[in-house]
Every structure is written in structure tokens, then in C-alpha cells.
Design a protein. Structure first.
Lengths: 78, 297
């Protein structure tokens, strides 16, 4: 699965840049800079699962993922 | 020593099959070249043979074209045949071993499936020791060899996101069975080291990589990773790639500003694809023979 597909699976919004996420009122979390597409998917999955956990605990209202060409960043809205 | 093939000056000249002399280089002597009229005749014969061959090839091509109906331009291609679906797991409730286990343990035995001759039986967490002991000791089963213990993480199954998998083998009966136990990282499962001592390191590995605690394990500590490592790398929420974490911060030197600048420049030019400086630094440390792992106490 690609990072975008992973985001769609867990109802996470997808942003192209961190600035776009910040503009939409999201708070950025961790960033990963993987070397290849498999590692990128894994990094996206790891980030999104942590955000899903955060959402299930009620600490986030909405979650999102910033997908750049060589970087994946998590984000959430309180 | 000279070879026998070497001709000495004044020795006999090599002869052609037709008896005409030829020099050692293989070029025909002037007397062996046929007259111009004979050459022209040979060329004409060759040309006739080439023409015959060409006409034969043309005839074959025509016959092949006549056999195949010409596809109309733009016509849809014939559908590609789908591959036959592979085998699927089947219910194994009627398997003799499953019946035997259900008779012995009743509700503790859950669903059983068979897939390409491999039997998998789900067992409740509380009964795993009893089931394993029974499978080892019963004369009709004799699963005396614990082949492997592993685990699978299903993060979407919130109540019990981990599934322990025990692969058993019966050496005397040459049979295999796979036991599956659902659990979570708080409750864990009971250790089967009392049934098969070989489970010791296998369970330590599962603890190390998935974080499943094993109650009653004689020496439960990490097996592959450093003792002070944080996190469990085979969980789905753990990224594949090397990341900076508390352990690397404690044990590996930090990147200098110059190194960071170099990294950013290389990334800007798309050069930093195959490795990152942190990884190279780790390799250098290992090559240098420095102690980076804490002593295993």
C-alpha cells in the first residue's frame, strides 16, 4: 500500500506540504525520511497507527499525513 | 623442440585435395585459379540457388499468413486468461486431531483450519500449557519437537492485537500442527518452557521483537537487541528504516553541523538515496572495532 492508501484506510487527511497542514490547523508530529517506497509505506503506516491510537484515546479529533517525495510527516487536529 | 607440423626450408610443399600445390598461408597459387569463364558459371549457379531458396521462403510465409485470420485494425484483443485461484483454507473441524483435542479440552479449542495439508488450531490463552502438554505426551500425537514460536501483530484487532503461533512437529509420527493463541501485550501468555525447554530462546525472541511477556519464563530478557533498546521492531507501528531514537542518541555520536549541511545539499541534488550519514557512521564505528553495545549482564 502507498502512504496515500494507508491514509485513506485510517481516515487520515493527506497534505502535500507541512505548510498546508499547518494552515488547516493541524499540529505536526514525527517525520520520517525513508530511502525507498517500501520503507516509505512502512514509515507512513507506523506514523498513522500512532495517530489512530491518539485519536482512539480522544487526544486528537482529526488525523492527517503530509506526504512529500522523500518525507512523511504525521499531523493531528486537537 | 619444434613441432612436426613445422615445414623446413626445402621440404615438400603442402598439396590440395585435387593435387594442386598450395602455399602454407592457404592462398591458392596462381596456377590453381580457374579461368574467368568457369568463375562466371559458378556465380550463376549460386545465384540460381539463392533465388530458389528465396521463393521457398516466400511460399512458406504466404501459407502461414493464409492460416492466420488477419486481425482488423483497432479490434479488441482477446481477453487474457485469468490465473486459476490458488488453494484456500478449509474448515478442519472433522480432522481426527481436532476431534481429539475438542474431546479433551472442549471450549478451549477454537476454530481449526487446514491449508495445503497444514493444520492450524486456535487455542484459548488460558489452556495453552495444558494443550501443549497433552500434544507432547499423548501416545497418538507425540508432538515432541517445538519447531518454532512466533507472533503476528494485527493492530486493528484492538482487544487482542497479537497472535502467538506455535509450530509443533512429531518426530515419531512425522506430523505437524500449528497452534494459535490470541493475546495482548499486557496479559501475554504462559511460557511453554516447562513443556519444551527449546522454547526458551524462541520466546525471548518474541519478547524482544513484539514485546509479549511470557509468564513463568526462566530468563525473559531481550535476545537480539541491546538490553536498553526501546520499542519492538516487528510491530506494525514500528518503521522499517533506521531511525534515531533514545538508544542511538545515547550510544552513537551526533552529526555535526557540517555533516547536516552536506546531507541537505546531497539531498537537494537527489544524491542521497542509498544511504544516510547516520548509517555510514554506524558502519564506521563497527569497522573501527569500538564497543557500541552495552555489555550483556
Amino acid at each position: 500500500m502507498t502512504p496515500k492508501e494507508i491514509a485513506a484506510r485510517y481516515d487520515a487527511k493527506v497534505f502535500d506540504t507541512p505548510a498546508a497542514a499547518l494552515e488547516a490547523g493541524f499540529v505536526l508530529t514525527e517525520t520520517a525520511e525513508p530511502r525507498n517506497v517500501w520503507n516509505k509505506a512502512s514509515a507512513a503506516s507506523a506514523i498513522v497507527l500512532k495517530l489512530v491510537d491518539k485519536k482512539s484515546r480522544g487526544e486528537a479529533e482529526e488525523i492527517g499525513l503530509v506526504v512529500e517525495s522523500w518525507r512523511v510527516t504525521g499531523c493531528y487536529k486537537e | 623442440m619444434m613441432s612436426d607440423d613445422t615445414k623446413q626450408p626445402g621440404s615438400e610443399e603442402p598439396m590440395r585435395p585435387d593435387g594442386s600445390p598450395a602455399d602454407s598461408s592457404g592462398t591458392p597459387s596462381p596456377s590453381a585459379i580457374p579461368p574467368a569463364g568457369e568463375l562466371a558459371g559458378a556465380d550463376a549457379e549460386k545465384a540460381a540457388m539463392v533465388e530458389q531458396a528465396k521463393s521457398r521462403v516466400a511460399a512458406i510465409k504466404e501459407s502461414l499468413a493464409a492460416e492466420k485470420p488477419a486481425a482488423a485494425p483497432g479490434a479488441p484483443k482477446p481477453p487474457v486468461k485469468k490465473k486459476e485461484e490458488g488453494p484456500k483454507p478449509t474448515d478442519a473441524a472433522n480432522h481426527p486431531l481436532v476431534k481429539k483435542l475438542k474431546k479433551e479440552f472442549g471450549e478451549a479449542i477454537g476454530e481449526a483450519q487446514e491449508f495445503i495439508g497444514q493444520l492450524s488450531v486456535r487455542v484459548t490463552r488460558e489452556q495453552i500449557i495444558d494443550v501443549c502438554g497433552f500434544l507432547r505426551d499423548d501416545t497418538e500425537t507425540q508432538f515432541n519437537y517445538l519447531s518454532d514460536v512466533t507472533c503476528v501483530h494485527y493492530p486493528e484487532q484492538v482487544e487482542a492485537p497479537f497472535e502467538m503461533v506455535y509450530n509443533l512437529f512429531s518426530i515419531p509420527r512425522n506430523e505437524r500442527v500449528r497452534l494459535k493463541v490470541k493475546t495482548d501485550d499486557k496479559a501475554g501468555v504462559e511460557s511453554v518452557t516447562s513443556v519444551w525447554p527449546a522454547a526458551n530462546w524462541l520466546e525471548r525472541e518474541v519478547y524482544d521483537l513484539f514485546g509479549i511477556p511470557f509468564a513463568g519464563h526462566p530468563d525473559l530478557r531481550r535476545l537480539l537487541l541491546p538490553a536498553d533498546w526501546e520499542g519492538y521492531p516487528l510491530r506494525k507501528d514500528y518503521p522499517l528504516e533506521f531511525i534515531e531514537n533514545a538508544w542511538t542518541e545515547r550510544h552513537l555520536p551526533e552529526m555535526t553541523e557540517v555533516q547536516m549541511e552536506q546531507l541537505n545539499q546531497r539531498r537537494g541534488y537527489g544524491l542521497e538515496i542509498l544511504s544516510v550519514p547516520q548509517e555510514r557512521m554506524m558502519r564506521d564505528i563497527f569497522r573501527g572495532g569500538k564497543e557500541v553495545m552495552p555489555k550483556d549482564k
